[in-house]
Design a protein around this ligand. Structure first.
Ligand SMILES: Cc1cc2nc3c(=O)[nH]c(=O)nc-3n(C[C@H](O)[C@H](O)[C@H](O)COP(=O)(O)OP(=O)(O)OC[C@H]3O[C@@H](n4cnc5c(N)ncnc54)[C@H](O)[C@@H]3O)c2cc1C
Length: 397
């Protein structure tokens, strides 16, 4: 007998687990079955997620720390309140284990630890293939894409392939390397965090430091680069050492954090809405969840899983994750500058933080601002840089 599930989710990472959890909470799995397939047997604390929001994402226990204030000695002479937002921090291990514990209780969810290598649509069902197994579903949610070219066509429901799109799209890395440190004496003010501090050597890149104090003695100090090449351990440590020397405090390194996020508009290619009977639905990174100019996407994935479940329940048209056009264009303009004139990144971000209240910046990065607010923001940025980027965009189109 053929193996069948109503739904399959490929990838038990951020977007896959959010979707499974939201399906469970919304009652979609009371009478329907779900198969979650993940190829990484050893998924552990592979990243941390930060986001800002007025309220923490539920379940609340996944959040390990929050900050009410931001501090950046370059642009602010004192801490500035993030109100109405807070900045939250999640360790991926806490997220994976909390969400999986809930999902494990549901008898309608099956788990497979295998790599999906191919999917096919046959007689209104999706056949999912791994090296040793195959099964069928009414719908499949993909947080991963496969190397096989024919599957790439699912990206747009037409013949355009992601490889082609990638070639035409803009791409740089947001790479980071950080130390989780412990000081001997109480040193940090753990009510405030510091983001995008550009008081570091820029090289020929756009680079900055995050400082996230978890307690008076513990903090994550992270060097981040927006650039074509990823930052190396060596390059980051030079700046981290300089940064810590200025603080004149004794400390030990407890953990290292290293990672890289693609900053690209390659995934901004879905149609705005998907058909009610769409069988292959992208979620997470390949759905364009990660904002190309910030690398944030975790909160959006949670929000999208709610939207998706609502559409599935009501059997309405399914909105995709495609973002509003003007925000996609703003991202292209900035990405072009970061690629072609990386040395100007510092100037742009410093001007942004100098002239705008933090609430407006966060709202803008969330893509919730009005056109009027965006005009206020752009009017204080280096206009010539953006005009020439706009010209490049128009010529290339
Ligand atoms: C190091 C790092 C730090 C980040 N920090 C932040 C942050 O602070 N805030 C924020 O908002 N965003 C952050 N992001 C961006 C984004 O939120 C994360 O990348 C997020 O994990 C993306 O979710 P996803 O579901 O698309 O991918 P993932 O979480 O990577 O999940 C995809 C899963 O699919 C599995 N998989 C892949 N291929 C297959 C296959 N063929 N068969 C079966 N399983 C497969 C993978 O093993 C993986 O578990 C960060 C990204 C990285 C890499």
């Amino acid at each position: 007998m053929k193996e069948f599930y109503h739904y399959t989710i490929v990838g038990a990472g951020a977007s896959g687990l959010w979707l499974a959890y939201t399906m469970l909470k919304n009652g979609l799995l009371e009478h329907q079955t779900l198969c979650v397939v993940e190829n990484d047997l050893d998924k552990k604390n592979d990243r941390t997620w930060c986001y800002w929001a007025e309220n923490p994402i539920n379940p609340i226990e996944i959040n390990s720390k929050s900050w009410n204030f931001i501090f950046n000695e370059l642009f602010l002479d004192k801490s500035e309140s993030l109100n109405p937002y807070k900045y939250y921090h999640i360790r991926s291990q806490d997220f994976y284990s909390t969400i999986k514990n809930e999902l494990f209780k549901c008898k309608n969810i099956s788990w497979k630890f295998d790599e999906v290598i191919e999917i096919k649509e046959i007689n209104n069902q999706i056949e999912t293939n791994t090296a040793s197994n195959l099964w069928y579903s009414e719908r499949i949610f993909l947080s991963s894409y496969f190397k096989k070219r024919e599957h790439q066509s699912y990206y747009k429901n037409d013949s355009s392939s992601i490889e082609l799109k990638k070639n035409n799209s803009l791409f740089i890395w947001q790479s980071f390397y950080g130390w989780r440190i412990r000081t001997k004496q109480p040193f940090f003010n753990d009510t405030r965090m510091s983001m995008m501090n550009f008081n570091v050597d820029q090289g020929n890149h756009t680079q900055f430091i995050y400082e996230l104090p978890f307690s008076e003695k513990e903090a994550l100090i992270e060097m981040t680069r927006f650039g074509k090449e990823k930052i190396t351990k060596n390059e980051a440590e030079i700046e981290l050492k300089k940064w810590m020397n200025l603080k004149e405090v004794d400390f030990e390194i407890e953990e290292f954090e290293i990672g890289a996020i693609p900053m690209t508009n390659a995934f901004d290619i879905q149609p705005k809405t998907l058909n009610v009977d769409e069988r292959v639905i992208f979620i997470g990174t390949p759905a364009g969840a990660i904002k190309p100019t910030t690398g944030y996407g975790f909160k959006k994935m949670q929000e999208y899983s709610e939207i998706l479940c609502l559409a599935l329940k009501s059997k309405n048209k399914i909105p995709s994750m495609l973002r509003k056009r003007r925000f996609r264009i703003y991202d292209i303009l900035l990405l072009q500058i970061l690629i072609n004139k990386p040395e100007k990144g510092k100037l742009i971000f410093e001007e942004l933080f100098k002239h705008q209240p933090i609430k407006r910046i966060l709202k803008f990065l969330d893509e919730d601002t009005t056109l009027m607010e965006e005009i206020q923001i752009f009017s204080k940025l280096p206009v010539r840089l953006f005009m020439s980027s706009l010209l490049t965009y128009i010529i290339k189109k």
